[in-house]
Design a protein around this ligand. Structure first.
Ligand code: TPP
Length: 391
């Protein structure tokens, strides 16, 4: 007998999961619908599965506990932030993964290669998983997974086979949910991005120094590579999360964090290469619209951290893309003479965000930057403790 999907949702809440980010699967439909409608859990409709893992990690950094939900087809999209964020930084995330293409069951042919690989992928990553079955005590299974996550500070997985739950109604069956409006009325109003500038380009260090002067106390998540090295050289471990790894997902971590501590400003210090890698996050952030979210894109036109190879950023209008995705304001700074004014403008907009400021910089990097002295686990814990200490 298929189980009542409500039991699963209740079990998640009972185990202390208060945030969920995911990409839908028909097997998990009930969960998405419950989460969309529930005030007990914060739901982030992620643009890609890795974004869901990263946002759930951001929730933990903010003091919450998040789950990432996905179809197993998307498990591959989640591997990078699992292996370079959740596992090394010891950030617990509950992985709720459907099982399309389970061997021996009927399913569409294209699901079988991933269906056969799914348990093995978890095993390879060292993530314990429980396959939920009709005879499983759901509350117990979820509580055990969460207890493991909390104790070991690691991700844990729950696999949800096809047919486990009674068929959930579809979103369009719900009388409470307004239908999506696809006409002009639903589209963000695209203002034109502002442009600041003049003079020679500043360096990354110039930008970070000017940013720190304005936001000495604020929370920040910085992108992988030189950016996080330079941020961590300031040693402000209780407010800066200098992420190394999970390239492109700094903004998703920042989103999960911002949703968990909306009373605090959250700055994301991004790179052009990283943002291009995960441009979809602009859409999620624009839609969720965290008011105190400031997205600073330090744009050197290169992948500086790996040797200065060219990115395609000269062809991308980041502020226009941000506005088109629903950011409330966006601007670019194209010369050092405008830097102070541009940063002051962004600061003045914090509270009416999300806001994006792209700052063009030269290729000069600070010399002698070392990797962080703290271990990834210590970095994550110091940041989480720092956030908790603000309450
Ligand atoms: C998924 C992934 N792909 C590639 C890399 C290698 N990598 C590390 S930093 C970096 C460059 C990042 O470029 P950008 O975001 O523009 O920042 P910059 O280095 O210019 O500061 C790359 C490609 C990685 N860490 N992870």
């Amino acid at each position: 007998m298929p189980l009542d999907p409500q039991l699963f949702f209740r079990a998640l809440l009972a185990a202390g999961i208060n945030g969920l980010a995911g990409v839908p699967c028909s097997i998990l439909n009930h969960l998405t619908l419950e989460a969309e409608a529930s005030s007990e859990i914060d739901y982030i409709p992620a643009s890609v599965e890795g974004e869901a893992v990263s946002a759930a990690a951001g929730m933990w950094l903010g003091g919450g506990l998040g789950a990432a939900m996905m179809q197993n087809s998307g498990l591959g999209n989640a591997v990078n932030p699992l292996v370079s964020l959740s596992i090394p930084y010891e950030i617990p995330v509950l992985m709720i993964v459907s099982w399309r293409g389970e061997p021996g069951k009927k399913d569409a042919v294209h699901h079988f290669p991933m269906g056969a690989a799914t348990p093995g992928i978890f095993e390879l990553l060292g993530i314990p998983v429980t396959v939920l079955r009709e005879e499983t005590d759901l509350e117990r299974a979820v509580a055990d997974a969460v207890a493991y996550m909390q104790k070991e500070r690691r991700p844990a997985g729950l696999i949800v086979p096809r047919g486990l739950f009674q068929k959930a109604s579809t979103a369009s069956d719900s009388s409470e949910r307004p239908p999506p409006i696809l006409g002009d009325g639903a589209r963000p109003k695209s203002a034109s991005p502002l442009v600041f500038g003049g003079g020679a380009l500043p360096s990354r260090s110039n930008v970070l120094a000017a940013w720190m002067e304005r936001h000495p106390e604020d929370l920040a998540v910085s992108t992988t590579g030189f950016m996080s090295r330079e941020v961590s050289s300031h040693g402000l471990v209780d407010r800066h999360f200098p992420m190394q790894g999970s390239m492109g997902f700094a903004a998703a971590i920042g989103l999960g964090l911002a949703r968990t501590v909306p009373q605090h400003a959250v700055h994301v210090l991004d790179g052009d290469g990283a943002l291009i890698m995960r441009l979809g996050s602009l859409a999620t952030i624009g839609a969720m619209a965290p008011k105190r979210f400031v997205h600073l894109v330090v744009d050197n036109g290169t992948y500086a951290s790996t040797g200065g190879q060219l990115t395609v950023s000269p062809h991308v209008d980041f502020p226009a893309a941000a506005l088109a995705c629903g950011y409330r304001a966006a601007a670019s700074c194209r010369g050092g003479d405008g830097l102070a004014e541009a940063l002051d403008w962004a600061a003045s907009r914090a509270g009416a965000g999300p806001v994006l400021l792209q700052v063009a910089v030269n290729e000069r990097e600070a010399e002698g930057l070392e990797r962080p002295v703290l271990s990834p686990q210590e970095i994550a814990l110091a940041f989480r403790d720092g956030v908790a200490g603000r309450r």
